[in-house]
Design a protein around this ligand. Structure first.
Ligand SMILES: NC(=O)c1ccc[n+]([C@@H]2O[C@H](COP(=O)([O-])OP(=O)(O)OC[C@H]3O[C@@H](n4cnc5c(N)ncnc54)[C@H](O)[C@@H]3O)[C@@H](O)[C@H]2O)c1
Length: 440
């Protein structure tokens, strides 16, 4: 296998995992971030994020094939391929904020002295890689002439890893998408990833950029679909967990993302669905299904609030315990977390909210929220418990001892992750979403 010198710009969930995994499969990697604190922590072995298996990979490769820096000058002149993995958040209109991408591109341009492949891992709107290549070539041509600028190629290489299983997803990716207008950069990217032994999809850059948005939009729609089926289940007396199980065995459907719950969140689905809808509106396409999926998701938290009010009456003066702050288990990421949306709504309605999460802490300002250090103190004297993130710790809890702590034994399983019989046997009133079991 040929090993390459690789630079990775951005050491967030995608960049750090990419850098550590590429080093693990044998390449020489320098990971760069503008956040000096993050880089100095990484150099001393302190992880900026919680991601299973990541710390082991970083420790094993640090100082050998993996280095960390804040200096573009150390990376760009040295590297064969530079991966851009900086954030692309939404602005207030749902448009993609490309500020960090352009900062990275412009800084790369100032340091290019020889031919370079730039692989864009950040999720960017269709056509962005074309613009990046044009801008890089223009800037480099002005500074160093045609020979260097003509050797610059931009490849779209979107990332599909899931937080909470990012290392495993990278190492055993379902597919690697390589969007390139030239064969040689595509060949180099293929060679870099070849030790992973996973399927490749080769295409043009625009198709590659759209594959990422289409995939996330499809998965978001799948979640909203099962959440809609859950609402129907309540009306017709069916159990969505069984309906999903029966559907998921069909290999054309598959069980993943078919669990009814509080809805999707995180740093990708909400912003990527919003971005795709903006892309659609700019080209005059009315993407009705996706609009409906977003609308359903936006109302999931209210559905759970309705359930809380149905069992507690007015929430003012009540104490609600919420287990889970992260947007999903096994991550500390709280960006667009439905659990935080729920907490914020319950606080607005005048209740006291106590919350506990095994690793995540709320980043925003939620006046009145009491953050607890363990699950037991969180439920003490609570009028109701809402399970908002399906951490294994909650699934495996001894509900008899939980009930003893609470004022009212009411449990709203907003992720349908608990065993209802166990919760009912412990003396709780149990309410799932779209489940026939809502008695006790
Ligand atoms: N998080 C995910 O699960 C996931 C999955 C697939 C794709 N993506 C996409 O990957 C991209 C990165 O996402 P993330 O979650 O890793 O973001 P993140 O916010 O966790 O990390 C981004 C990092 O980039 C750094 N950065 C910003 N500007 C920089 C610059 N000019 N030079 C160097 N570093 C810079 C920031 O300091 C930060 O550490 C986004 O486009 C996202 O949509 C994310």
């Amino acid at each position: 296998m040929q090993t390459y010198k690789l630079g990775v710009i951005g050491t967030g969930y995608v960049g750090l995992v990419t850098a550590a995994c590429l080093a693990e499969i044998g390449h020489d990697v320098i990971a760069l971030d503008v956040d000096e604190g993050k880089i100095s922590n990484l150099r001393s072995g302190v992880m900026p994020i919680h991601e299973p298996g990541l710390s082991e990979l970083v420790h094993r490769n640090s100082g050998r094939r993996l280095r960390f820096t804040t200096s573009y000058d150390e990376v760009v002149p040295w590297t064969d391929v530079v991966f851009i993995a900086v954030g692309t958040p939404s602005d207030s209109n749902g448009d993609v904020e490309l500020r960090y991408v352009w900062q990275a591109v412009d800084t790369i341009a100032h340091h290019v002295h020889r031919p370079l492949i730039v692989a864009v891992k950040s999720t960017v709107p269709v056509g962005t890689c074309d613009m990046i290549e044009k801008r890089l070539r223009e800037m480099v041509r002005a500074a160093r002439g045609n020979t260097v600028s003509d050797g610059i190629s931009v490849v779209s290489n979107p990332e599909f890893l899931r937080e909470g299983r990012a290392v495993a997803d990278f190492m055993k990716a379902d597919r690697i998408v390589i969007g390139s207008s030239e064969p040689e950069p595509a060949r180099v990217l293929k060679e870099i990833y070849s030790p992973l032994g996973v399927p490749f999809v080769f295409c043009d850059r625009r198709s590659s950029e759209l594959i990422k948005y289409a995939s996330n939009a499809f998965l978001a729609t799948k979640i909203s679909f099962i959440n809609s089926i859950a609402r129907l289940c309540e009306r017709v007396g069916a159990d969505v967990v069984k309906v999903a199980e029966g559907m998921g065995y069909d290999h054309r459907i598959m069980p993943e993302h078919l669990r009814a719950g509080l809805g999707y969140g995180g740093s990708c689905f909400p912003k990527d669905t919003a971005a795709l809808l903006r892309i659609c509106s700019k080209v005059g396409f009315d993407f009705k299904i996706l609009k409906a999926a977003v609308e359903v998701n936006d109302s999931q938290v209210d559905w759970v609030i309705d359930k809380l009010r149905a069992v507690l009456g007015e929430l003012a003066g009540k104490t609600v315990a919420v287990w889970g702050i992260a947007f999903k288990p096994n991550t500390d990421d709280t960006r667009e977390s439905p659990a935080l949306r729920l907490i914020s709504r319950v606080l607005q309605l005048g209740a006291t909210v106590k919350a506990y999460d095994p690793v995540a802490t709320p980043d925003g300002n939620l006046p009145g929220l009491v953050v607890c250090s363990d699950a037991a103190s969180c439920v003490k004297h609570a009028d109701a418990l809402v399970v908002a993130t399906e951490w294994a710790e909650f699934v495996n809890m001894d509900f008899t001892s939980v009930r003893e702590q609470m004022k009212n034994p009411i449990c709203i399983d907003a992720r349908n992750c608990l065993n209802p019989s166990e919760v009912l046997e412990a003396g709780f009133r149990y309410l799932g979403l779209g489940r026939s079991i809502s008695i006790g």
